[in-house]
Design a protein around this ligand. Structure first.
Ligand code: HEC
Length: 180
């Protein structure tokens, strides 16, 4: 009697183990699709700068190799990339960052952004600064992320790739890269 039960338990665990390994195998073969790759390899969980609450950003918006890499590593691949930095400078002007933070991001109405110290210490990291630009702060800095910046037009706002380029440009004015 006891032996039968043991046998059943053993069989069940074998079946379970087989099912699990099948599932893992599925995931492995599936990584070709963007969504699966991003969710399976997504090591970064974003939090907002206001309250540190979980911040959900549609993975489909991470639509360039650099943006996808950032989603996995939390590091900004554009740091030190001259072309990206030039584009980041343009985006900084296009989205009026210049008006509040000054032409060299050293401060105007808004604070300087070059560090090494920040009002929100997390901005010393590129993941932290990404979250701040994407979702804004409590004191006068609105969300700039695509879909959040303009409630009347959700196609408006900065894409993740553009945010990374803006950050790469900002970092050229300070002593930290944010990828430390
Ligand atoms: C309307 C003015 C305004 C605009 C436009 C603006 N900001 Fe800000 N920003 C502020 C203010 C004010 C703060 C300080 C917020 C606070 O104290 O909570 C701030 C804070 C920040 C911080 C955090 C600084 C710290 O010390 O922690 C970052 C990073 C930042 N802004 C980046 C940007 C970028 C990039 C853009 C353009 C996409 C931008 N801002 C556009 C006003 C602005």
């Amino acid at each position: 009697m006891k032996l039968t039960r043991l046998c059943v338990t053993f069989k069940l665990s074998v079946i379970l183990a087989l099912m699990l390994s099948a599932l893992v195998a599925c995931n492995k073969t599936d990584t070709g699709s963007t969504a699966t790759a991003a969710s399976a390899g997504n090591a970064v969980s974003f939090v907002d700068t206001q309250e540190g609450k979980p911040l959900v950003i549609d993975v489909a918006l991470f639509d360039t190799p650099a943006a996808r890499e950032f989603l996995v590593t939390g590091k900004n691949p554009y740091i030190g990339n001259e072309e990206a930095v030039t584009q980041g400078h343009k985006i900084f002007g296009m989205y009026s960052c210049t008006q509040c933070h000054g032409p060299e991001a050293k401060g105007q109405v808004g604070p300087g952004l070059v560090g090494p110290t920040f009002k929100y210490p997390k901005n010393a990291t590129n993941k932290g600064m990404f979250e701040t630009i994407w979702h804004g702060t409590n004191g006068g800095m609105g969300a700039k992320g695509k879909g959040l910046m303009d409630p009347t037009d959700t196609s408006n706002g900065i894409t993740p790739d553009e945010v990374l380029k803006v950050i790469a440009w900002i970092r050229t004015h300070g002593d930290i890269t944010g990828n430390e």
